[in-house]
Write a protein that binds this ligand. Sequence first.
Ligand code: SF4
Length: 357
Amino acid sequence: MNLETILNNTEFTKEELVYLLSLEGQDMQRLLDRALEVKLRELGNGVYLRGLIEFSNSCKKDCLYCGVRCSNKNIPRYTLTDQEVFDCAELAMEMQLGSLAIQSGERSDRVFADKIEYLVSEISRRYNNKLGITLSCGEQSEDVYRRWFNAGAHRYLLRIESSNTELYYKIHPRNQEHSYDVRINGIETLKKVGYQTGSGVMIGLPFQSLEILADDLLFFKNTDLAMVGMGPFIPHDETPLYEYKNELLSDEMRMNLTLKMISCLRLLMPRINMVAATACQTIDKQGREKAILAGANIMMPNLTPLKYRENYLIYPNKQNVKDRPIDAKNSLHLKMEAINHEIKYNEWGDSKAFFDK
Ligand code: SF4
């Protein structure tokens, strides 16, 4: 295969994607540089922020990779009070972040649905829709998705984690509570309701091949998503997948594979929003900057009150667990300047791909 010819394509076969994902050294750098070129041409050098609120670590699910899974009895469970959520929103306004992302463990009871609806509508009302609102609160009924949308949320992230059914059931229990089909239907329902819909996968999972990752990329494209979040898999010692920790690619290889996934997806879907995940920074000190230079355009500074953050560890050693939000923001500003990118304050930073349709 000829690298330069492939890099100038706008459509890619699975074989070409596998080839791109296997690049190393200078060839890999060429892929990353090409993705940056495409991003700058399509979206410019702006980086948009979503102030992250980890609303609750109560979760009814038992995903085999996640430190927040219901079987982990070694973490205290918390839910932010209304006032704590409103304080986070106020902070987001003061810091001019432009958007919030409310993330939570999954619950499907009525109290939870009502609470999220109330919080979203109250934040929209208080700030006159100045703050964009992304939700990542798991699988819900169409009615609940619709209520939250009508309350003012307009983006929703529901990660598939792997689009390969077999691998999906190696990282989730095989039961109705963790159904692959329900997850897929959820993504379609979110699109139907009108959300800018996002999904994502972990990279470097046990049992994951380059072919599976290439299929993930084609899945994102075929599903016509507006946004994607991808980060390296980091094993958590309170989870079943930890037993494979010695069989994983090295941190460096998982990081490089993540960068190649981001770059390939930028070539495949030039105008979607893509997040530079905190997990990148956890296994590489410059991970988020590298992700931005590989084609990502979104960052998520954490606004969760410091006292709760240690208890929302989907993976361990998460960076910025102790950073004050204002310090994190200032540091991001300088880091982006250093790589010729510009943080866009007070902007929602919606997915351009979404509005192209
Ligand atoms: S990944 Fe999400 S749904 Fe699964 S156990 Fe963790 S918090 Fe719950």
